[in-house]
Design a binder for this molecule. Structure first.
Ligand code: UGA
Length: 422
């Protein structure tokens, strides 16, 4: 099929690369010329495993184009995915400006097309596709189809998740729209769940809120474990074998970050309040998450006074395998360290340049330079390379305080370290 994709963030670009690898012809659209030029050269403006190889392959097969011209992309495709950002404003309420603009442009471009299908992939609170996006499209066009198709892509593994989904959710305005989108997903080998637009929107939020709740729950349990001298990972391993619980998203740490969980929990909470529903659980998920960063710094402060001391921080991205630092635990932790008068030396395999924009005063360096003469070392993300650190690396430190926020160090290679919850 011929597909156009509005927005080349990690969702749009992973969708483009994934659909092209399945043989569909894809046209990417973005307002930013540098992003479009990058796609044309088979490059991604963010780090994502396997994406550049997939883009290069799609270009070489003539299955991928990139343009700033929405009208051209829509006119030359049968289906248009809207994958623009839906950030939160300061109160946590979803900001629909980008998606409204994109919808208007697609609506204008569809004029005269017959049976074009618009698919909302951006995360929008329940009701938005039908009550906000549909009227905008209808203002300019008629005879089009409309679907809401939430994404469940993890950054860092987005392409893999796109190609091997657990399920595909097709929210449809009518049967014909849903049929067209379901056809695009033939051959993915995953169950397709067809439902109404608002239910598809809710499924996305419910998934993220549920996953976020598991993280806050395991962190709360982890804090109790730590006080009792128990390793929460042993507990997680055992409870995760109960089929009713399952093994995933039970890694305790410094709390969740990223562009999705914090924003999505807040946005649903905000919407729930508007319709008079209580959200005590969601409030607590965010509260527990915020305090988990403090738990790590408090643990460090119990061991040493950090004023004027060099502290090594390894891992700045909100998690491993990405250069994304949005809502990263490292941002709050560095802020606390700075307030306490520490001098921060930081390393991340991919995210240092992004963190530099927030904290230019931090020293960004190699692991060896960060550890040299450091009083303490905090390991905040689970980058694979940290698991090969040994006592020899840590021997260069002045103090011997090593605290990991995710279980990453290899206990057979490093002695004397502890975890935030173990
Ligand atoms: C998340 C969801 O996993 C995706 O399904 C969803 O599509 C995406 O949000 C989105 O809404 O677009 P992502 O934010 O990329 O994906 O990353 P995750 O791997 O889910 O991790 C989120 C945060 O939770 C990270 O900070 C991670 O370190 C933390 N986490 C995750 C834990 O602290 N413990 C865990 O057990 C798992």
């Amino acid at each position: 099929m011929n597909v156009s994709i509005i927005g080349t963030g990690y969702v749009g670009l992973s969708t483009a690369a994934g659909l092209a690898s399945k043989g569909h012809r894809v046209i990417c659209v973005d307002k930013d010329p540098s992003k479009i030029n990058a796609v044309k050269a088979g490059k991604s403006h963010f780090y994502e495993e396997g994406i550049e190889e997939a883009l290069a392959m799609a270009l070489s097969k003539g299955l991928l184009e990139a343009t700033m011209d929405t009208a051209y992309a829509v006119k030359n495709s049968d289906i248009t995915f809207i994958c623009v950002g839906t950030p939160s404003d300061d109160s946590g309420k979803i900001n629909l400006d980008y998606i409204k603009d994109a919808s208007a442009e697609v609506g204008i471009a569809m004029k005269g097309n017959q049976g074009h299908v618009v698919v909302v992939k951006s995360t929008v609170v329940p009701g938005t596709t039908e009550t906000v996006i549909l009227p905008i499209l209808q203002k300019y066009s008629k005879n089009f189809g409309l679907c809401m198709n939430p994404e469940f892509l993890r950054e860092g593994k987005a392409l893999e998740d796109f190609l091997h989904p657990d399920r595909i959710v097709v929210g449809e305005l009518d049967r014909k729209s849903g049929d067209a989108l379901s056809k695009l997903y033939e051959g993915f080998g995953a169950p397709v769940i067809r439902t109404k637009l608002s239910a598809a929107e809710m499924i996305k939020y419910a998934s993220n809120v549920f996953l976020a709740s598991r993280i806050s729950m395991i962190n709360e349990l982890g804090n109790i474990c730590k006080k009792l001298g128990i390793d929460v990972y042993d507990v997680a391993n055992a409870i995760g074998r109960d089929k009713r619980i399952g093994p995933h998203f039970l890694e305790a740490g410094a709390g969740f970050g990223g562009s999705c969980f914090p924003k999505d929990v807040s946005a649903l909470q905000h919407r729930a309040e508007e319709i008079g529903c209580e959200t005590g659980m969601m409030e607590q998920i965010l509260k527990t998450n915020a305090s988990q960063r403090r738990v790590l710094v408090e643990l460090l402060k119990k061991k040493t006074s950090i004023k004027g001391k060099k502290i090594a921080v390894l891992g700045l991205a909100f998690k491993e395998d990405t250069d994304d630092i949005r809502e990263s635990p490292a941002i709050d932790i560095i802020e606390m360290l700075k307030k306490e008068g520490a001098s921060v030396y930081a390393y991340d395999p991919k995210a240092a340049d992004n963190m530099k924009r927030i904290y230019p005063e931090v020293t960004y360096c190699s692991v060896a330079d960060a550890l040299k003469d450091a009083e303490a070392c905090l390991i905040l993300a689970k980058w694979k390379e940290f698991s090969s650190l040994t006592d020899r690396d840590f021997a260069a430190m002045k103090g011997r305080i090593i605290i990991e926020a995710k279980k990453v160090l290899d206990a057979s290679k490093v002695k004397d370290f502890e975890g935030i919850c173990w």
